[in-house]
Design a protein around this ligand. Structure first.
Ligand code: GRF
Length: 199
């Protein structure tokens, strides 16, 4: 299974998946890293790991449509089977969404369907969880479709919300589990335990 990553910032989730591939606990190949941010940690990590990588954005490719086409071309050129969104801050274009329908995954740092949707990203998610007085939070791995955070849920893991939590301490507790559940879920796809909803 060839993996194509899309990441905008640090790329720690992507790194946890690359590490699992290297350790053999995930039988997959990191085939390509794409970032819309030329200065992202994700691109730096890709170079360090000698994984092919590309900077593709509306700015580099003229328009949202050009960006969509460039992303799809790159994924296909590297024989990507499954697209892994790992902190990708942009919406995918219609061509990429259609071609990879049912084979695009995302990780969200809360228990969807709660605390998802437009504008719910980064520290805002954890702020909202604390403001709602939730007793539990945790990451969700789900299939991506045209709507934010709405596709079928593949896996979730629960962590406690502690009385003295700040958004940052909660984020760190959730992130630790993100780094486990994302590679584990991909391996469950490799073994056939989880079937992707390909049309
Ligand atoms: C993670 O919290 C993930 O849940 C969200 O974006 C963040 C990415 O972090 N989608 P990193 O770039 O993988 O470190």
């Amino acid at each position: 299974m060839n993996l194509g990553f899309l990441a905008s910032h640090n790329g720690s989730n992507m790194q946890s998946i690359i590490d699992a591939c290297k350790a053999g606990t995930l039988q997959a190949v990191p085939a390509l890293v794409i970032s819309n941010n030329s200065k992202s940690g994700a691109l730096e990590r890709a170079r360090k790991e000698s994984i092919p990588c590309a900077h593709i954005s509306g700015a580099t490719h003229g328009s949202a449509e050009g960006e969509d086409e460039a992303i799809l071309d790159a994924l296909q050129a590297h024989n990507v089977d499954v697209v892994v969104l790992a902190g990708y801050m942009k919406k995918l274009g219609p061509k990429t969404l259609a071609h990879y329908a049912g084979a695009i995954l995302n990780i969200h740092p809360a228990l969807l369907p709660k605390f998802g949707g437009e504008g719910m990203y980064g520290i805002r998610v954890h702020q909202a969880v604390l403001a709602a007085g939730e007793k539990e939070s945790g990451p969700t791995v789900h299939v991506v479709d045209a709507e934010y955070d709405k596709g079928p849920i593949l896996a979730q893991r629960r962590v406690p919300v502690l009385p003295d939590d700040t958004p940052e301490t909660l984020a760190a507790r959730v992130l630790e589990q993100e780094h486990r559940i994302y590679p584990e879920t991909l391996q469950r796809i490799v073994t056939g335990e989880i079937r992707l909803p390909r049309p």
